[in-house]
Design a protein around this ligand. Structure first.
Ligand code: GAL
Length: 968
């Protein structure tokens, strides 16, 4: 005889989407029907299995006084009950669909509520209880009545509750299970976070209320007219007073309108009035079509400059408040981003309202990923198993019905990384049948069977170019489709590199309609000891470490250098010119808008200091047009030196997303070249007591090591080739490029030995000959340091000659040394932010000031960071350094070795390197070369031209003393 012991929880492992919920419909806020938010403090009882407790708590009169209190919305594992788990694609439980583990953390939630005094008479109309998001499976009772169960974590579910309501003492009971059959469909790369994480709302539904409605608002770009028709389950009238529209539901009206686009998000306020309520409408007229193989909106092909956005808050997880959603949208707009893929589930609906209002193209993606089945060759994949198709269709319809009235949503996406199968086709067919006004996306099927665009992730530049030229093969259908990279430029840690090189391709080939950076924000969890925690920090059995921190924003929403770089690369206006030219080329790179919202200005700078500035009149340019715009004559009496124009395009007036002086684009045009520093070799080396002096330099006579410049002590100056490998250096196992981070370490580049061969004094020089090489290898770098001085300044020339068989590029090539103290830093060169060879577009040549602490970029997992590029000279700690040629400047309060060993920011403690014997407080790297960054933590490595090739090199620095700039 066998018993099934947990029949009460059979719904948990049932492939069906649930039972008892109302059919999906549009999400809207009524103008006059009241609603009651049930967010707030609930009673909460966690239990370790789905059936540990009986359901008696759902009955009226149950005493939950000894239960915990829990804010809803939230995820209980971030609220002191249990722990979050991070996996990329591995299911954190045995794969045996639809079964889930017996250990199934379950949270019983209880809330007792009264209806507001002014709540309409209960006999009139009904009421609906709405859950906007619960992970992953819930069972609901109201006043003891079993309402049903549901799955589909990031989708709304409603229950009819009218007859159950009482004026006071309503008992709402919700049992939430972390794992369910639905978990197999929700294998997105993110934290597993159970809970009621979006709003819970009670909506009054008056008799004659609108139920569901579909706003069809198209735009005819030839006629300049919009056509509006609202189909509604309940008859009513549609008014748009600004357009003089007053029609019945189901009727259409065509009138002249301004179209909606992400660049010009024109919305018209309207109303749907049924017998029972009034519903506000925000109507954007636009037509999306596939035309001649291109994605067109309002007759114009669009270029997506996008990001993938997961919902994330470092304390609240995916339980975002409106202010955080708005902050995301404002940050996107301010960084020139025009498109969002809602990876990999429909966001909180309020986010889409913001996209309508501020203007962002949206790919709305369904809550579906089954990536973990790849581990078994996709056997048992739910999307290819008819038993799961109702659940898939339920998800598709809940997304489309909820979000169909948003003009910002231009593309529906079936989901992410779910392989291929009949279920996906069923979803696509259903969506196309329900809404033919939008295009369809899915990346996982290279044949593009169900989709309107060819989409890929992480293709390298060369392949993207082949696709742009339509030389990529593929079936007949795919060859005719436009192309997007739904993910590229993996923003994990330092990077992504190569953005500008991709953007050039997108702007060159029509078929390439843009791309979406992976991803918007690091999903670090605020942690009292670690700063931000990532996978493994909660003792997970399986985890994927800091792969969850791969965003353009740090977890606290501070923009990373990657976002600053992206903003520059996707500027809506191109500003460029050649050295010495008297004009600057201005290009309107937008798809719809002219330049009238922008004010252009010029500044004339000498050696990085502004000498004069003024307005730059720029002619009106239609999208795609460019003009050579005359620059003024260089200001009379300007000092001589390295001169350049900086031309900026700023908002001419305040906009809803940024103030009037916000710079959207800039460019620099050099006028004259830099003069490199020269030092006459006039001073002679003078031997002393164990030291040699040469001009301001003091050296150890035995080792030839520099010990001071004037009165500034300097220690441990020597060649340096190592950097604390970045996530992109280390690379992902599945990427085809060489994983140099691993190869460098294998070769021993992190433990180079310096052999002293000779210390030689000449008439005017001190020369130190060395060989720098790792143990166990035959290769090395013959390195010579040659010093000379004019009495005031000290010039070092380093030359390196590689020996042996080098099969990898170098991480960096330069010198490093320690200063006993430094705080403020000033420099003339690239800034203000971090730059590496393939992340340098946003680095503007100028005079910059910072502090050693502010030079650090707070990557969640510490790694090489903070370099400033093209530095002509820098001053810190009382030392001035001029470079010949310009150099990369890095300064930090710990060594590269300490940075390399750190796993969290909290590991980085200022002080001397252990065992260095040095009291050094600040380590300075002056680099002649840096290896590129690339995007290999998930995509391709740096392009060959950004690799730091091992070849003979020579570079110089001129040292002198200077007043310490203090604290910047
Ligand atoms: C993609 C996936 C994303 C994320 C990314 C790596 O394959 O679609 O969800 O995992 O890789 O960060």
């Amino acid at each position: 005889m066998s018993f099934r012991t947990h029949t009460v929880t059979e719904y948990v492992e049932d492939v069906s989407p649930g039972s008892g919920a109302l059919p999906p419909r549009a999400w809207y806020a009524s103008s006059d029907a009241p609603s009651l938010s049930l967010n707030g403090i609930w009673r909460f009882r966690p239990s370790p299995t789905a059936d540990a407790e009986d359901d008696s708590f759902a009955a009226q009169g149950y005493d939950a006084a000894d239960w915990a209190q829990l804010p809803v919305p939230g995820h209980w594992v971030l609220q002191g009950h249990g722990s979050p788990i991070y996996t990329n694609h591995l299911y954190p439980f045995p794969v045996d669909p639809p079964r889930v583990p017996t250990e199934n953390p379950t949270g019983d939630h209880l809330r007792v509520f009264d209806l507001p005094e002014d709540w309409p008479d209960l006999a009139e109309g009904g009421a609906v209880l709405r859950f906007d998001g619960v992970e992953s499976c819930a069972r609901v009772w109201l006043n003891g009545a079993d309402l049903g169960t549901f799955k589909g974590s990031r989708l709304p579910h409603e229950f009819a509750v009218g007859p159950l309501l009482k004026p006071a003492g309503n008992v709402l009971a919700v049992r939430v299970h972390q794992w369910s059959a639905g978990s197999y469909l929700e294998d997105q790369d993110q934290w597993w976070l159970p809970g009621i994480f979006r709003d819970v709302t009670l909506l009054h539904r008056p008799a004659g209320a609108a139920l569901d409605f579909f706003v069809h608002a198209s735009y005819d770009h030839r006629a300049g007219t919009g056509t509006l028709r609202v189909d509604s389950d309940v008859d009513g009238r549609i008014t748009v007073s600004e357009l003089g529209i007053d029609i019945a539901t189901g009727e259409s009206a065509t009138v002249p309108v301004e179209p909606w686009s992400a660049e010009t998000p024109r919305l018209y306020e309207g109303t749907l009035a049924t017998a029972g309520e009034r519903v506000p409408l925000r109507i954007g007229f636009r037509t999306v079509e596939l035309s001649d193989g291109l994605i067109e909106v309002n007759g114009t092909p669009v270029l997506f400059k996008g990001v993938n956005r997961h919902e994330w808050h470092p304390e609240k997880g995916r339980a975002l408040d409106l202010a955080t959603m708005r902050e995301d949208v404002l940050l996107m707009k301010r960084h020139n981003i025009n498109a969002v893929r809602t990876s990999h589930y429909p966001p909180h609906p309020a986010f889409l309202d913001l996209c309508d209002e501020y203007g962002l193209w949206v790919i709305d993606e369904c809550d579906l990923e089954t990536h973990g089945f790849t581990e078994q060759g996709w056997r048992d994949n739910p999307v290819d198993d008819d038993r799961w198709t109702p659940a898939l269709l339920d998800r598709a319809s809940r997304m489309v019905e909820r979000d169909k009235n948003h003009p910002s949503v231009v593309v529906w996406s079936l989901g992410n990384e779910a392989g291929t199968g009949r279920g996906l086709t069923a979803m696509a067919e259903w969506i196309k049948g329900r809404d033919s006004s939008r295009l369809l996306h899915y990346e996982g099927d290279p044949t593009c069977r169900d989709t309107d665009m060819y989409s890929r992730m992480y293709a390298d530049h060369a392949e993207v170019e082949r696709i742009g030229r339509a030389l990529d093969g593929g079936g007949l259908k795919r060859r005719r489709l436009p192309f997007i990279l739904c993910e590229y430029a993996h923003a994990m840690g330092n990077g992504p590199g190569g953005l500008a090189d991709y953007q050039r391709l997108f702007e060159t080939y029509d078929r390439l309609q843009g791309a979406f950076v992976w991803e918007w924000i690091d999903h670090g969890i605020a942690h009292p000891e670690l700063g931000f925690a990532y996978g493994g920090d909660f003792g997970e059995e399986l985890h994927d470490g800091n792969f969850v921190c791969d965003g353009l924003l740090f977890p606290d929403r501070r923009p990373s250098p990657g976002l600053v770089e992206y903003k520059k690369v996707i500027e809506p206006v191109g500003i460029a010119g050649d050295c010495g030219e008297s004009t600057v080329r201005i290009t309107n790179k937008q798809d719809f808008a002219g330049l009238s919202a922008l004010a252009f200005s010029w500044a004339y700078e000498v050696d990085g200091e502004p000498v004069d500035s003024g307005d730059l009149p720029v002619p009106a340019l239609a999208p795609g047009e460019s003009a050579e715009v005359k620059l003024p004559a260089p200001p009379a009496g300007a000092p001589t030196g390295e001169a350049r124009w900086t031309v900026r395009a700023a908002l001419a007036a305040d906009t809803p997303w940024a103030p009037g002086d916000h710079v959207v684009a800039w460019g620099q045009v050099p006028v004259s070249r830099r003069r490199v520093p020269s030092v006459a070799a006039t001073a002679r080396p003078v031997p002393g007591d164990g030291v040699i002096s040469l001009g301001p330099g003091t050296f150890d006579a035995r080792t030839g090591a520099l010990t001071a410049v004037g009165d500034v002590p300097v220690s441990a100056l020597r060649l340096d080739v190592w950097r604390a490998t970045t996530d992109n250096d280390d690379g992902a196992p599945w990427q085809p490029d060489q994983r140099y981070g691993l190869l460098w370490r294998k070769l021993g580049l992190h433990r180079m030995r310096h052999r002293l061969d000779a210390v030689e004094t000449g008439e005017h020089t001190l020369t130190v000959r060395t060989r720098v090489a790792p143990a166990a290898r035959g290769l090395g770098l013959l390195t010579e340091y040659r010093w000379l001085s004019d009495g005031d300044r000290l010039r070092l020339t380093v030359s390196t000659v590689p020996e042996g068989d080098w099969t990898v590029p170098l991480p960096r090539l330069g010198i490093r040394f320690a200063l006993s103290a430094a705080d403020g830093v000033r420099w003339f060169g690239g800034g203000p932010g971090e730059a590496y060879p393939d992340t340098k577009a946003a680095s503007a040549i100028g005079r910059w000031r910072s502090t050693v602490d502010e030079l650090q970029t707070p990557y969640v997992r510490p790694q090489e960071n903070g370099a400033r590029g093209d530095v002509r000279w820098a001053e810190l700690g009382g030392l001035r350094v001029e470079g010949d040629p310009a150099f990369w400047l890095t300064a930090r309060r710990w060594t590269t070795e300490q940075l390399d060993a750190a796993t969290h920011r909290s590991d980085l403690v200022p002080g001397p390197a252990s065992g260095s014997g040095s009291a050094a407080a600040v380590w300075v790297n002056l680099d002649h070369g840096q290896h590129g960054i690339g995007s290999q933590s998930c995509g391709p490595g740096p392009l060959p031209r950004y690799r730091l090739r091992v070849e003979p090199a020579e570079f110089s620095f001129v040292f002198s003393t200077v007043a310490d700039p203090g604290s910047g």
